[in-house]
Design a binder for this molecule. Structure first.
Ligand code: GLN
Length: 281
């Protein structure tokens, strides 16, 4: 008989308990995502068929993933997938895993930039999350997304293809290096590295498995934010917007820098935890 001794409900309970002891953040969600991945089903199926028996192969695969989660590996690396702005994005260890906080940046961009034909540049696109989310909402925006890391460029292109947004122009570039000097954008967005190298978060949780180059910047995390702010002035249209994600403690310093650089209409939007997260100018 091709049945293990595990029903869906039992496997979820067991996985959740095991994960909870080691990585207590979201153990039930983690167990559900891993089981959905192994069974190739959606969340509704888990609730609809709690008595459904796993095959021995499914049970083995699932508990092997649970064990890797217990070792600290991010769920997104185990499933190869992370949802952002309702888009299922392929993820791998060469980029940052898209975070819900970054949806604040997408929301600000959609709110402030009203032209249907806007030209947009995303710097440090990683999985392509921000650029693809914007394209999904504004099909006529002309979007360019760049990343310095070759594997990230490949991953972003793969996501653009598989989600049907192959019109997004994805390039390898060290910030603005591959952008022609005469190009002007109505919107420049970035979620650059902004953690300080001694940030305690780097030693905890999922970030340990993410690339340092996507997380850490010099000058207490401000170096890339400031570099982008300075350079962007030469690439924005008159009245164009710059929108930068940053750490909760970096808002006031960044606003000051932007003001000195000649930006106007400077404001900071809050994330879901009411922390300063995205500064626009
Ligand atoms: N928000 C991320 C974190 O705290 C950092 C992302 C970044 O540096 N761009 O893990």
């Amino acid at each position: 008989m091709n049945e293990s001794r595990w029903t869906i409900a039992q496997a979820l309970m067991r996985g959740r308990t095991q994960i909870e002891a080691a990585v207590p953040d979201t153990p039930l969600l983690d167990a559900q995502l891993l089981l959905m991945h192994v069974l190739g089903c959606d969340r509704t199926t888990l609730f609809t068929w709690p008595e459904h028996m796993l095959t021995p192969v499914q049970a083995d695969s699932y508990f092997a993933l649970v064990a890797r989660r217990i070792d600290g590996h991010p769920v997104a690396h185990l499933t190869g997938l992370r949802e952002f702005w309702s888009l299922p994005l392929a993820v791998n260890p060469s980029t940052l895993i898209p975070r819900p906080d970054t949806e604040v940046l997408v929301a600000q961009a959609l709110e402030k930039v009203e032209r249907p034909d806007a030209t947009v540049l995303e710097l440090g696109t990683g999985t392509g999350a921000i650029a693809l989310a914007l394209q999904s909402e504004q099909p006529n925006w002309e979007i360019t997304a760049v990343d310095y890391v070759e594997d990230a460029v490949a991953l972003a292109r793969q996501n653009a293809q598989s989600l049907g947004f192959s019109q997004v122009n994805i390039l390898q570039s060290d910030w603005f290096s591959a952008i022609p000097r005469n190009h002007r954008f109505h919107l420049i967005v970035s979620n650059p590295p902004y953690l300080a190298s001694d940030d305690v978060h780097l030693k905890q949780g999922d970030v340990r498995f993410e690339p340092h180059s996507a997380l850490v910047a010099e000058d207490s995390g401000l170096a890339d934010l400031i570099h982008i702010a300075r350079e962007s002035r030469d690439f924005l249209t008159e009245g164009g917007w710059l929108m930068l994600e940053h750490g909760a403690e970096q808002g006031s310093e960044l606003r000051e820098v932007l003001q000195k650089l000649g930006y106007v209409q400077i404001y900071t939007a809050l994330d879901y935890a009411n922390l300063e997260r995205v500064t626009c100018a």
